[in-house]
Design a protein around this ligand. Structure first.
Ligand SMILES: *Cc1c(COP(=O)(O)O)cnc(C)c1O
Length: 379
């Protein structure tokens, strides 16, 4: 069984060398723009590529504006500050996510609260969210109060797992009803859609990542978008040490961050963004090959849902049991074809073990069975 998958992946990538999960690809203007940034001497957080990358990004996503950050985690942190998440507040998220989602919540000294995912999207479940709120929360003058903990639920932060859209439209409706700010952790889902609309544009605020393993990369980098232009102005202020513009004086009006993306990285980003349509097309082709391969087998290929259009950032399959999953991991990795299990659930990590959780059956079921397959773009 695992021999066949190894052979299939080796044919897919036509190599006998080690095959990694996700490698970046630089075949466009990357060298040209980065060298141009070096020649300009503007290599840090001021420079024309930073503004240009922001502009081209929001043209691509179709939003009002965007602010770059040094990485996706910083973008999530800024998103939480924009949502007024403060010490002692709560943020509802999914336990099945990369640790950065919850780390960012902790940077604001706020508490993560874990609500289950849907099995098909692997992202936050609107039904589980509604159930959790009905059982625990009440809308008050000061916001959505968690009666169980006595804290305010300031934000809901779903994550679009491996690029697959969660039911974000339904989640947005629930957040409106319960007066909670919606932040999308869209770190993995640039180029994905739900009901024909770009992910990241459903929330009040969204954060993206351009880490080396994401669909496009700036080396390290992130982006914050928001519906309210006032929030974007604030994000720019916060990410640039909260300095009041002045031709020579240093005046800062609050504690800010040095979170703005350097021009060198933005130069890489501009070149990468030019390639994204090509990458998305290739990703769909790999996904189709995996889908066809697993069609008559016991492993289940994780496909996009009817309302969703995935970027297929990382292809995933569901195995029949934890034991089969472990055998798969052992055997395929031993053949130098990199496959990975999905993350350990956040509520099982010691930093987040004390956090409130709803029932997490789907997340636990997926945790035991999901594996990621090599998904690099090769053109
Ligand atoms: C990659 C990722 C991040 C963080 O991005 P960095 O740029 O690595 O800081 C956050 N959340 C999720 C779900 C991610 O996959």
């Amino acid at each position: 069984m695992t021999i066949e998958i190894v052979t299939f992946i080796r044919e897919l990538y036509q190599t006998n060398e080690p095959i990694y999960l996700h490698e970046p690809l630089f075949i466009g203007n990357e060298r040209r723009y980065v060298l141009d940034a070096i020649d300009s001497t503007f290599v840090s957080s001021v420079g024309e590529y930073v503004d240009r990358f922001e502009q081209e990004f929001y043209n691509y996503i179709g939003t009002e504006n965007a602010v770059t950050c040094v990485n996706g985690t910083a973008a999530l942190h800024i998103a939480l500050i924009l949502a007024n998440v403060e010490q002692g507040d709560e943020v509802i998220t999914q336990p099945l996510t990369f640790v950065a989602t919850c780390n960012a919540i902790s940077y604001q000294k706020a508490c993560s609260v874990f609500v289950d995912v849907d099995r098909d999207t692997m992202g936050l479940s609107p039904d589980a969210l509604e159930d959790f709120l009905l059982q625990n929360a009440i809308v008050t003058e000061s916001g959505c109060l968690n009666k169980t903990t006595g804290r305010i639920i300031k934000a809901v932060m779903p994550m679009h797992t491996f690029g697959h859209a969660c039911r974000i439209d339904e989640i947005a409706t629930i957040c409106q009803k319960w007066k909670i700010t919606l932040i999308e952790d869209a770190a993995e889902s640039l180029g994905s859609k739900y009901k024909g609309k770009e992910l990241g544009t459903f929330g009040d605020i969204a954060a993206f990542s351009f880490n080396g393993n994401k669909i496009i990369t700036t080396g390290g980098g992130g982006m914050v978008i928001a519906k309210d232009p006032g929030l974007i102005r604030r994000a720019k202020h916060l990410t640039t040490t909260a300095k009041i513009p002045h031709s020579y004086k240093f005046i800062h009006d609050e504690i800010g961050y040095n979170y703005r993306m350097p021009n060198l990285n933005a130069a890489l980003g501009c070149a990468q963004l030019e390639q994204i349509e090509k990458y998305l097309k290739f990703k769909r082709q790999i996904a189709k090959k995996y889908r066809d391969f697993f069609l008559d087998r016991e492993e289940i290929f994780v496909d996009e849902i009817k309302e969703g259009q995935s970027n297929f950032w990382l292809n995933a399959i569901i195995l029949q049991s934890k034991n089969k999953r472990d055998d798969y991991l052992q055997n395929v990795n031993a053949q130098n074809v990199m496959i990975r299990p999905i993350w350990t659930l956040m509520n099982k990590l010691k930093m987040f073990a004390h956090c409130q959780s709803g029932p997490l059956e789907n997340a636990e079921w997926l945790e035991d069975r999901v594996i990621n397959l090599p998904s690099s773009v090769r053109l």
